[in-house]
Design a protein around this ligand. Structure first.
Ligand SMILES: [Zn+2]
Length: 164
């Protein structure tokens, strides 16, 4: 997924905070949205350091087991510090990350069972039809899902602005 992670994060954060108490909304909304795009920060490493030698979905940023461990550590830290705010924000952030991983799964693949298995789970293989791999994804029919998510997020944003 290329362009719809942020819109999907926005949709997810709106859903998550819809019934949340006003004082908790900021602890949930922003961490969820940031989490929904954070795994793709590995593109900096992919281009600047790794120089495209490995699929960026093979990095720790796209491994569910890493995020489960990070969430566990955050919750333990929140317990030690007796910070409900940290627990809420960390849970929301990891929720956003898992939304990202779910959306990456069908068309790019995620190693959901790592380290038990190295298999990458996906539904559709996007063939390399263009010289730059990004264009292969953009001209593939699966890109329509991204457009639908973007339109849904834009409509929700416009509706919320009208109500405010
Ligand atoms: Zn990703």
């Amino acid at each position: 997924m290329f362009i719809a992670h942020l819109p999907a994060g926005y949709l997810g954060a709106c859903l998550l905070t819809r019934r949340a108490a006003a004082e908790r909304r900021h602890l949930l909304f922003v961490p969820f949205v940031v989490g929904s795009i954070f795994p793709d920060a590995d593109m900096l490493y992919f281009y600047l350091i790794d120089q495209g030698r490995h699929l960026h979905h093979d990095y720790w940023t796209h491994l569910p087991v890493f995020w489960l461990a990070a969430w566990g550590v955050s919750l333990i830290l929140a317990l030690i510090l007796r910070s409900r705010a940290l627990a809420l924000a960390a849970t929301s952030f990891v929720g956003g990350v898992f939304l990202h991983l779910l959306l990456d799964t069908p068309f790019a693949g995620i190693r959901w069972l790592y380290p038990l298995s190295d298999q990458s789970f996906f539904l559709v293989t996007v063939p390399a039809t263009r010289s730059w791999w990004v264009w292969s994804f953009v001209v593939h029919w699966t890109f329509l899902f991204e457009i639908v998510i973007c339109i849904a997020a834009l409509l929700l944003l416009l509706m919320r602005r009208r109500r405010a």
